[in-house]
Design a protein around this ligand. Sequence first.
Ligand SMILES: *Cc1c(COP(=O)(O)O)cnc(C)c1O
Length: 207
Amino acid sequence: MAGAAKRAGRSDMPKLIAVSKVQPDERVSEMLATGQRIFGENRVQEAQKRWGETFSDMRGELELRLIGPLQSNKAQAACALFDVIETIDREKLLKAVLAGAEKTGRLPRLLVQVNTGEEPQKAGLSPAALPEFLKRIKDEYDVTPSGLMCIPPQGEAASPHFWLLKKLAQAHGLSELSMGMSGDYETAIEMGATHVRVGSALFGLRE
Ligand SMILES: *Cc1c(COP(=O)(O)O)cnc(C)c1O
């Protein structure tokens, strides 16, 4: 990561989100021992067990980020646990999160997921729908997200997707850019990622 930042002439250091989904507790424990404090999870229930029970004594030191799809009926639980929700992509979900924040007294920072490859099976707003969505949630709910997140299509060069996400974030004055995984985090950093989400390259392959 430092090498990629240097190559890109960046003076800031992007942040590492250790994606601990599905990993056994021993590996997570070892990761905590290195001093890593930012973790990403895909599923609310799994994250509740890990961070709300197994490693609950560490909770105060951690930043927990939801990086997987969220169902509206789990929004309140997500507000109670996570510091950041990266996968806002529709108004109904945002409404559920705001209601959950009201109930729990915790409003996580929010990122909007953008489906940069416009893949029908993938979550996220299409790039064309983003401006209208941002305007609507500002007008209707007074919400400005912290940034944007994307997962480029598999088997395609990721850089055009990272570039597009960066342009969209710049156009709307959003500062956080969550992009890049084990296979392409260096490219993402060269293209301006503020956060990379790395699982298998850190922990080993998931079972
Ligand atoms: C699993 C996952 C990752 C990490 O993937 P690796 O290839 O193991 O680094 C990153 N982002 C999201 C959204 C994921 O679901």
